[in-house]
Design a protein around this ligand. Sequence first.
Ligand SMILES: Cc1ncc(COP(=O)(O)O)c(C=O)c1O
Length: 394
Amino acid sequence: MDVAQRVTRIPPYPFREIAALKAKALQAGQDLIDFGIGDPDQPTPTHIIDAFAEEIRNPEWHRYDETGFGDRELRAAISRFAKRRFGIEVDPESEIQVAAGSKDSLALINWAFVDPGDVVLVPDPAYSVYRVNAIFCAGTPFPMPLLADNGFLPDLSAIPPTVAKAAKVMFLNYPNNPTGAVAEVDFFQEVACFAREYGIVVAHDAAYAQVAYDGYEPPSLLQVEGAKELSIEFHSFSKTYNMTGWRLGWSWGGAEIVGALSRLKSNVDNGVFLALQRAGVAGLTESQKCVADLCAMYQRRRNLLVDGLHSLGCSVAKPKATFYVWAPIPKGYDSEGFARALLVECGVLVVPGAVYGDHGEGYVRFALTIVADDAEARIVEAIERMRDNLELEW
Ligand SMILES: Cc1ncc(COP(=O)(O)O)c(C=O)c1O
């Protein structure tokens, strides 16, 4: 049997060594403090669960969603959210597409715009979905390094014009996984000018737009005048409402781009379960206190972790958004080696930065989504274990 090249071309799963070490540690009964995967540890807010439980009884929602774009009521709620949160106008009829989480559309946008040989501009380090799906489409990913010196923003002037001319899609992700960096509207303005000059679709992953601290509100790319026509932005219920397992998100952007995505998507699946889409309406329209409380909780964890790392001598930045802390590694290690030492010597699980791309080397990522009865105490304990069991110098 010959598996298609698009499958064999997928790069090897980068977590495999750490995953194997984790499995071994758990098997040996080691007490692990797990900062690994970024998956909210808190339950979905009760009012969303209640709305779903009620809607699921409605037989109208037991059928196909035939709209191709998602439930009209949810799209209307998303459009109101766009106005309220970002001050932008998004037409619910033609500029919004409901999806099974943002990952769904992040993958399919490549299929909608990338032909074999086309260049896809991808950040490095980054969430792997952008690059892997570009490869699925026989596109050529071109890395845009995210460096500390540039605030982990890509330097657009470093992209050679020949590459820019061959590029069809540029992926961006702010607030950023894994670096925790944020982008402001003036950067998005620069991106929009670049994309207009070269005819590139900007695919902005804003899955963490609602997870922010100290009163900070991450902006939308669509706040830039005229950016909507050349962009698509991906949003998600996953991190905002602790709903990673439910699979609900949406994209918004120019009607032509959203239309192309919808045309493709309606040939791949039949939309998200309508009762779940109605639960999404409850999520967006009822009180947002649950989101504020969640951010306050992560903010306390962030402060404990960053202050603790500072006390060890690591000058790590306090992220303004996302639940990730991107920590430079101490002398004498590479990122994989440091992650291994933390796991084996301290029972602390982090992700080596190199997993996210060549420019992730030199860092490890801590996720603040720790599953524990007292996550704050576990963070303090992790720092103490590092102090007691390793000689660390930065
Ligand atoms: C940057 C980024 N985008 C998208 C996703 C996927 O989110 P969703 O659950 O909405 O598919 C993740 C998940 O971790 C992520 O880190």
